[in-house]
Design a protein. Structure first.
Length: 520
């Protein structure tokens, strides 16, 4: 497998904010804790080690063992879970919605980045241990965002009408979808995909997702998968949730930081609510809304503050942080050093530094996930046939076609000599008719204009003819870009080539775009 790396700044595909987040975090320092660097990892370990207790570690380990009780846990995962009880062990975390069949391929890229970063940190700090963690967004309720996946340009949709947190939804009506996925692969290639599909099972979507992601990354890389929807874990977040219910502190903190971001020329990604908590049960996820000394929860009713606080103390698992408080909850229950996410995710993290400060929780390092593109064998062959290289994928396809036409035509499309001869004829005629007779001069100019238009028509017809002659080559350019950038999406996402991706972990995950040319 050939690999090519490009700094994001050289691709022309990423926005200024994305470039800054990858290459110049110092510009964002007022909105972050520490910027991403080896030295700052060392400082983060020292500070996190002081505030994350042995009791918290043991509770985390016990919860993870309980959550893994339904599957055969691999040696590497078991070792990593056990290591979390040690004060010298820290986590590197990423997270995502519970998209069916993992959804977009950057679901996988995030995890690969986290795994690689833990390996790099182990090399830098051999006396410490670093555990890759995947945070399942099991309490999210946006079914419409996760129920659809596009595989080889065909949309597959999960047929369910369940409501509430997606992680609690029963894992139903998936057999037909699995069969459709299997049909994409010939019988000689079905073995691996069938193993993939067989592990996609569970009592609910959260357990099915755990089984699937563990199948992909557990045994090989020791990835630890955490479901934050836990009574024991949320007991540690009771002070945070209680502070939110009593003071509604996060709204003010986000508003203050958002105003500073706007003044600095940055966009605002999320809007805080007065209370940034939900009340959840199976089939229910409702906002907690303050109303005249009371709180209203749709589907549950009105509660005064003492009653709601008692509900929190007795059943913290029914209280769920939204996008504003979720990162804070994450840093409360994990010995975490760094969060790897999409640039859109990290944009709202920049609004949260004040929330972390007000809650007294250490803000982690943050860094954007790597972008990768996998080029299959047939697409690679088309590129080679048309003498296209990896850098060409960052160009506009129309420009590539123009270059190809020019190359094919050599001097056939060069009309400069014809244009020069016409200008000479026009100048000569004007000279000869000038001053003889006004009508003759006017007639000559009109006829020359007609001739010029006819020449233009002839040139256009020649170009169209050349296009038709080389239509196959030009259509291959479209095929290449349609395959690698489905639906015209120019950010670097792969066209669902999971079979190729899972067989090889990239050697370098840095501030770059990786393009891998597959030979399978």
């Amino acid at each position: 497998m050939k690999k090519f790396s490009f700094p994001r700044i050289e691709t022309g595909l990423f926005k200024d904010r994305q470039i800054v987040m990858s290459h110049d975090q110092e510009q964002l320092e007022p909105f972050m804790g520490r910027t991403f660097s080896v030295d700052h990892f060392k400082a983060q370990m020292i500070e996190k080690g002081k505030v994350f207790s042995s009791e918290q570690r043991q509770i985390l380990v016990d919860v993870l063992i309980s959550q893994y009780s339904g599957i055969a846990i691999s040696d590497k995962v078991k070792t990593n879970i056990d290591l979390l009880s040690q004060s010298s062990t820290f986590t590197i975390t990423t997270g995502h919605q519970l998209s069916i069949f993992t959804g977009p391929l950057f679901f996988i890229y995030k995890i690969l980045h986290v795994i690689r970063l833990t390996e790099e940190l182990k090399n830098q700090f051999p006396d410490h241990n670093f555990v890759p963690v995947f945070w399942m967004a099991s309490e999210d309720h946006d079914l419409e965002e996760i129920r659809k996946v596009t595989i080889f340009n065909k949309a597959l949709i999960w047929d369910t009408r369940q409501e509430g947190p997606v992680g609690k939804m029963e894992f139903e009506n998936f057999e037909q979808l699995k069969n459709e996925v299997a049909e994409f692969f010939g019988e000689d290639k079905q073995a691996e995909i069938l193993a993939f599909l067989q592990r996609y099972e569970g009592v609910n979507l959260a357990s099915a997702t755990r089984n699937l992601v563990d199948h992909l990354f557990g045994e090989a890389y020791g990835l630890v998968i955490l479901d934050p929807d836990s009574h024991e874990l949320k007991k540690h977040a009771i002070p945070l949730f209680e502070k939110e219910l009593k003071e509604q502190f996060s709204f003010e903190a986000v508003e203050a930081k958002s105003e500073l971001l706007l003044k600095a020329g940055h966009k605002i990604q999320v809007t805080a609510r007065e209370i940034n908590l939900f009340y959840i049960e199976k089939g229910l996820r409702s906002r907690i809304i303050p109303q005249a000394n009371k709180f209203f929860i749709e589907g549950k009713g009105e509660f005064d503050q003492p009653t709601l606080l008692k509900m929190l103390k007795d059943h913290p698992e029914h209280f769920s942080p939204n996008v504003i408080l979720r990162p804070v909850y994450q840093e409360i229950i994990l010995p975490n050093l760094c969060y790897i996410g999409g640039v859109g995710e990290l944009a709202y993290w920049l609004q949260l530094k004040g929330v972390f400060d007000r809650a007294g929780i250490l803000y982690p390092l943050i860094f954007p996930r790597i972008s990768m593109l996998i080029i299959d064998k047939s697409t690679s062959a088309k590129m080679a046939k048309n003498e296209l290289v990896a850098n060409d994928l960052f160009r506009n396809p129309s420009d590539i076609k123009k270059d190809l036409l020019t190359k094919f035509a050599d001097d056939e499309l060069d009309f400069s000599d014809v244009d020069q001869a016409f200008l000479h004829l026009k100048d000569t005629l004007i000279t000869k008719t000038s001053g003889i007779d006004a009508n003759v001069e006017k007639f000559s100019l009109a006829e020359m204009a007609k001739l010029e238009k006819q020449l233009g028509t002839i040139e256009e017809k020649i170009i169209r003819s050349m296009k038709q002659k080389h239509d196959h080559a030009l259509s291959q350019v479209d095929q290449i870009f349609d395959k690698l950038f489905p639906n015209g999406e120019r950010y670097l996402k792969s066209p669902q080539q999971m079979m190729q991706l899972f067989s090889d972990l990239p050697e370098a995950l840095q501030n770059s775009v990786e393009i891998a040319e597959s030979c399978v």
